[in-house]
Design a binder for this molecule. Structure first.
Ligand code: ADP
Length: 728
């Protein structure tokens, strides 16, 4: 929650009451730094200065909350009965949060409800440790329940129990065979080298073992590799599938929350890290812990005193690396954050390459990216510095035991307490022990990275959806009657865009939606498509609340032509049948003809099979629009939405498109938004929005006669087009 000061709980204790919101301000009346907070309880607004409540005002006495912008700073003001009072001053960066607070308090004043603060906080901090949470995620890399995430991955892998267990058992046997192999070395020395025994049968048997064991190891390694990579590939595929399905089905609000680059990263990179964990790190961790235990058990059994000399430095090394790891958390966190930032910048620049070229800002962008890359490289250097100091030092500490062993073990051999063969076996065991130990010392770093990746995947999978099919949602054949009943909507509940919208449309009617930019025209059609749910009221289609119609059924009967048509990488044909994959050749050609697209398609070298490139870059704006219209015709929707469908076209092309649109809108309920009001002249009715409300409704002529908002808009546009010599 971003409307919660770090001293929120302390203020609650001081006041003895629960607070709804609290926010710190940072300037005094003279513009000098200070510390204080504004707190809101159910009944009062309380102003704190240095943790002392200096002012308490009952909320019911306040008639308005507002934020005013000053030079380099802002102020929170309240309007009381007789006067306006300035409550606190803050620096410019706090303006957005204080503006949110003011809007939420206004919302409370009107409705009596304290809205929940939105989760899109300017800067999110972890409520547990107070550290800043990286952008685009809600996971604190420090406090995330890493064990829980890893356990979920293990559970997912258990779908493939047979191959997972086979790989595990094969690896365990491999480790055991290495111990046996090592033990045999000592036996050969004691029985045939130092004793001078002439019984070569046993020796030959052992030599056989020496040959068979590597063969067995080879076979087991093969089984292990096959099974591990199979399991990992399956788990990776499952995760990518679940994640992609989830991302496809998420609401617009959730979809827009994370940049596309971040979502791609989660599907591609994060699942790959998890896949590595399943194929290698997870299984190896179990096996290596097992090996260490078995080898230590054998060593204790052989000579517990000498083993103690080996174990003591290992314990010391373990505590040393724990100590260093704690210090490494911070640089690694910064490193992750900078990496994420660098990737986002890269994605942003590449997806906006056209803008970069047009503005000739290549040099600036190269500098921008290099800056990010350099910061990342530096943070990598700092983080790795800790790692490269820690790793050799702790390896040295751990392996100190070997020197102790050589000293004490050597003495034991000289004094005859220990046989030479045992000493060789013991030395080999130490070698066997250090390999998995060194590996295990690097494991926490790997596990932490895997856990964070898994956390980022589960964050999307577990996300609460805000636009859901109701339990009793039906698939319904739509006729096209649409009604808005007391519809209220805001992207943030306390910041309404549409207020109490009421109207009804009969099937086949064409409705134009007009109003100044930013008034909520596109929002209105987003609501008809149910990309967002209304905050209050309902939208009915043929008398049924759209929340009772399944989203798939609803959207499959709505056709859309937007200002910017998105065309997929492929041929004209691929793009046309996207609207109706089972369309016949006749249907496609017919749709293209109605949309005035057939002729230009036929002029292309490969006709309908012409490859139009990524986003249809080979086509002009007008051609793209005609493809979009043909697509909409193929879909044969009952409700049609035209959002600035002709806005980016020249007048000549627009005429052609208008003709195609006329064909398209026939017998369908149509909602059209157009900046050029003249294009809506033929609409059956026009809905005029202003200040989030419907202020006028009627035909073009009626509204002109009315001489109010619409009339003014038309006059203003005529004026502008006279100046630019363009017909309005
Ligand atoms: P219009 O189509 O009339 O130009 P919109 O419906 O696009 O206006 O926008 C209405 C208001 O809602 C604007 O203030 C805009 O900034 C805001 N808005 C639009 N889309 C979003 C969104 N996805 N999240 C938050 N605010 C939005």
């Amino acid at each position: 929650m971003h409307l919660m000061s770090p001293s929120h709980q302390k203020m609650e204790q001081i006041l003895g009451q629960t607070l709804q919101y609290s926010l710190d301000y940072n300037l005094n009346v003279h513009g000098m730094p200070t510390s204080g907070s504004v707190a809101i309880s159910d009944e009062e607004l309380i102003l704190f200065r240095d943790e002392i409540a200096v002012k308490r005002i009952p909320l019911q006495n306040i008639n308005e909350f507002k934020v005013v912008q000053m030079v380099g700073s802002g102020a929170l003001q309240i309007v009381l009965k007789e006067k306006t009072e300035q409550l606190c001053i803050f620096t410019q960066d706090l303006l957005p949060v204080f503006a949110d607070l003011a809007k939420m308090l206004e919302y409370h004043r009107e409705t009596g409800v304290f809205p929940a603060p939105d989760d899109e906080e300017p800067v999110k901090t972890c409520p547990k440790c107070g550290l800043v949470i990286p952008e685009q995620t809600n996971i604190c890399f420090h406090c995330a329940p890493k064990g829980k995430y890893l356990w979920r991955i293990v559970k997912l892998s258990l779908r493939y129990k047979a191959t997972l267990l086979t790989a595990l058992v094969a690896t365990l046997i491999i480790q055991l065979l290495w111990v046996v192999f090592t033990y045999m070395k000592g036996l050969v020395v004691d029985n045939y080298v130092t004793s001078g025994s002439q019984d070569f049968t046993g020796l030959l048997l052992m030599m056989g073992g020496y040959l068979i064991i590597p063969l067995l190891l080879f076979g087991l390694e093969y089984i292990n590799e096959r099974c591990s990579s199979y399991t990992a590939a399956q788990v990776g595929r499952d995760l990518r599938g679940i994640l992609f399905e989830r991302i496809q089905n998420q609401s617009m609000k959730n979809a827009l929350k994370r940049p596309t680059g971040e979502q791609i990263k989660r599907i591609a990179n994060d699942t790959e890290k998890v896949q590595d964990f399943v194929s290698y790190h997870g299984k190896e961790a179990v096996v290596r812990v097992f090996s260490v235990s078995v080898i230590l058990a054998v060593m204790f059994w052989m000579n517990w005193k000498l083993t103690c000399w080996i174990v003591l430095p290992i314990i010391a090394g373990f505590f040393f690396s724990r100590f260093i790891f704690k210090r490494m958390n911070h640089p690694f966190r910064i490193n992750w954050k900078l990496f994420s930032k660098m990737e986002s910048v890269l994605y942003d620049i590449l997806s906006g390459i056209m803008a970069v070229k047009v503005f000739g800002s290549e040099k600036r962008e190269i500098k921008h990216y290099s800056g990010c890359s350099e910061k990342f490289a530096h943070s990598m250097y700092v983080a790795n510095f800790y790692w490269f100091v820690m790793f050799p030092v702790s390896t040295f500490v751990v392996t100190l035991g070997e020197y102790f062993y050589l000293y004490f073990g050597g003495n034991d051999v000289l004094s005859g307490v220990l046989s030479f063969g045992k000493m060789v076996t013991f030395l080999s065991c130490i070698g066997l022990l250090y390999a998995p130990l060194n590996w295990l010392m690097q494991l926490p770093r790997q596990l932490a990275q895997t856990a964070i990746s898994a956390g980022k995947i589960f964050e999307i999978i577990d996300e609460k959806e805000d636009v859901l099919d109701r339990g009793n949602a039906i698939d319904k054949e739509i006729e096209g009657n649409v009604a808005f009943e007391h519809v209220h909507f805001g992207y943030k509940v306390y910041n309404p865009v549409l207020k109490d919208i009421n109207f009804s449309v009969k099937k086949g009617e064409m409705i134009g939606i007009v109003g100044p930019s930013g008034v909520g025209k596109s929002t209105m059609i987003n609501l008809i498509m149910r990309l967002y749910d209304v905050s209050n009221g309902q939208i009915l289609i043929d008398g049924t609340d759209i929340r009772d119609i399944s989203q798939h059924s609803l959207r499959s009967q709505i056709g859309v032509v937007l200002q910017e048509t998105y065309l997929f990488d492929g041929t004209v044909w691929d793009n046309l049948i996207y609207a109706k994959p089972d369309a016949t050749m006749e249907e496609v050609v017919q749709a293209a003809k109605i949309a005035n697209a057939h002729d230009f398609i036929c002029k292309m070298p490969d006709g309908y099979q012409e490859y139009i490139g990524s986003r249809g870059y080979k086509l002009s704006g007008g051609e793209k629009q005609r493809i979009a219209i043909a697509r909409a015709i193929l879909r044969d929707p009952k409700i049609l939405i035209l959002d600035e469908a002709t806005a980016s076209l020249d007048t000549e092309t627009e005429k052609m498109i208008q003709e195609a649109l006329k064909n398209l809108t026939r017998d369908r309920t149509t909602f059209a938004i157009a900046h050029r009001l003249s294009t809506l002249r033929n609409a059956d009715r026009l809905i005029v929005l202003d200040g989030g409300r419907i202020v006028e409704m009627g035909t073009h002529e009626e509204l002109l006669r009315h001489k109010s908002v619409y009339y003014n808009l038309v006059m203003a546009q005529r004026q502008t087009s006279k100046l630019s010599k363009e017909p309005a």
